[in-house]
Structure formats: structure tokens, C-alpha cells
Design a binder for this molecule. Sequence first.
Ligand code: PBG
Length: 332
Amino acid sequence: MNRRPRRNRKNEAIRSQIRETHLGVDNLIYPIFLVDGKGVKNEVHSLPNNFRWSLDMLLPELEECMKLGIYHYDFFPAMPDEVKDKMATVSADPEKNFYLEALQTIKETFPEIVVMTDVAMDPYSIDGHDGIVRDGKIINDETLEVLGEMAVAQARAGADIIGPSDMMDGRVEYIREALDTAGYSDVSIMSYTAKYASAFYGPFRDALDSAPREAADIPKDKKTYQMDPANKREAILEAELDYLEGADYLMVKPALHYLDVIQTLREHANIPIAAYHVSGECAMLTAACRNGWLTYEKAMPETLLSIRRAGADSILTYFAKDYAQMVREGKL
Ligand code: PBG
């Protein structure tokens, strides 16, 4: 036998010398849920070990995460029902939207961190949709105006990267122009390029209480704007459009069930590819580990590594802190 692949696996020193993929804490983006108020650290039932934080409680937590080397965060607001309406009016109102104020404080307190924000109507929409709902339909072009104002308000509050997660047509171009006109040409756009109508967003919708409202004239799912899980060529079309419209990063979401899409976009695009390892994917693994069926410290890093191996430059994951902790403890 001339070819014995096992020779290259004979000990850890050799294995680490020829390892093809590395995942550092720098590659991770940590999603965080914010709520109004003081002294709140409220665990998301379906996403154990993740919390809705009030700003005062979050600041020391961010400091702890930074000590572990986490400098990239994506913040999401859990808005009370009273401020929601059909047009997501509160989303761009710095007087009434605690999220904008919180972003500003976070950025002022920790100027060295990269603040990413989410642009979509669902946290603010009484209908629980990412766009304006009228006569049972999601109205694309009017939604763009809401998204543009939301993006500019977030940029004004200090966002470094805007993440449009709404899947309306033409929104990257619209937001790019709105940001540039308002003087924010330095603010980046990480577009949710191939965001699928997935069953794996459940815990996130629990966290924000943002699921579509049940009513006869409200679409019960997001299938007219989020992509069909069966489609891959369409992801390439979305990627081409987002690139031409000015996106700085392309994102695939969810991650694990769409590793082939990550790989395909990696091959087609010359800008960074991000993958969102979504709430349901994390919940699934956590549940198996809590049941004693899998070992967290082995299954979690293997999971994140697989997303990186498929071609993601950045990974948004609720496991960011645990991963960073393992790196710090020399376990990875
Ligand atoms: C909403 C949004 C969603 C997620 C991020 N932004 C949910 C949805 O589209 O319903 C999901 C993230 C996750 O599940 O972790 N625009």
C-alpha cells in the first residue's frame, strides 16, 4: 500500500499541522435580545442560556464577552405590544424606541465593538410580518420606505453593519441609497440574501414575540417573501442582485440545513459570506445535550466548524460565548 491516509492522522501534532479549516472567535457574531426596562435578564424558554436583556444588565455582560474576545454583536429588540402598529412607526423614532437609545449607549460605552442591527418590520409590526400587510398581502415597495428610515435611524444610533432580514425585493439598493443620502456611506450592509421560509426560527419568534398574528386577513407564514427551502439556483439570483445593489456581505440562513447553499454562494461571490446558525438549530442541539444524548463540548464546536468548512467567513450563533469560553480554556 503506497497510499495510507491514516499516516497523516497519527497524532494531534500532525493532524493540527494539516488541518484545512480553522474557526476563530473573530469569525463569530453573537446575537443578543434587548428589552426595555431595568434589571431584566429573562431567559428565552425555547433557547436556554439566551436572555432578553435590559441595557443596564447587558453592559457588564458585554464587557465579559469582550474579555473572551467577542467583538461582533447583532442586536434585536423585543418590543412591547402597545407600541406595535401596522406601519412599524416606532422603529425609526428615537424618542419612543428604546432599542435606538440602547444601541447608542452600547456604541458609546464600547466603541471598539462591531454593532450589527436588524432591519425588518416584524419586531414592531402588530401583524408580525417583515413588511406592510394590506388585503392579505405583503406590500413590497411601500415597505422599502419604512426599511430605509429604520436603517438610517439605526446608523444614526451608531450601527456599523445594517442587516436587512426582510427579504423585500430591491431593499439593499434602497437602503444603500438612504444611508448614503443621510451621510452614512461608511455603514455596511450584511444582506440576508438567501433567507429561507424555515421551521427553525421558532425560538427567535418566542424571544421577540414576533410570530405572524393569527387573523383571516394576515398571511400565516412568510412564504411570499422568504425563499422556498427547495431552491438553490434562486439563491444565486438573490446573491447577484444583492451584490449589484451594493451589499457588503451575503448571508445564508439557516446554516446547517443549507450548507450546500453556503458553498454555492462562496463559489459564486467575491464578497464575504455569512451564515446564520439560527435559534432552532441551537435549540435542537441544546435539547439533545441536556438529555444526555450528545456531548455539548464536542457537538457544538463540530457544528460550527461544519458551517465554516462549507465556506462561511462569519457565523452568527447563539453559541458564540460558549465557543469563546472553550477557546479561552484551551479546549479548542
Ligand atoms: C426577522 C428575523 C428572524 C430571524 C432573524 N430576523 C425571524 C423570522 O424571519 O421570522 C431569525 C433568527 C433566528 O431564528 O435565530 N426579520
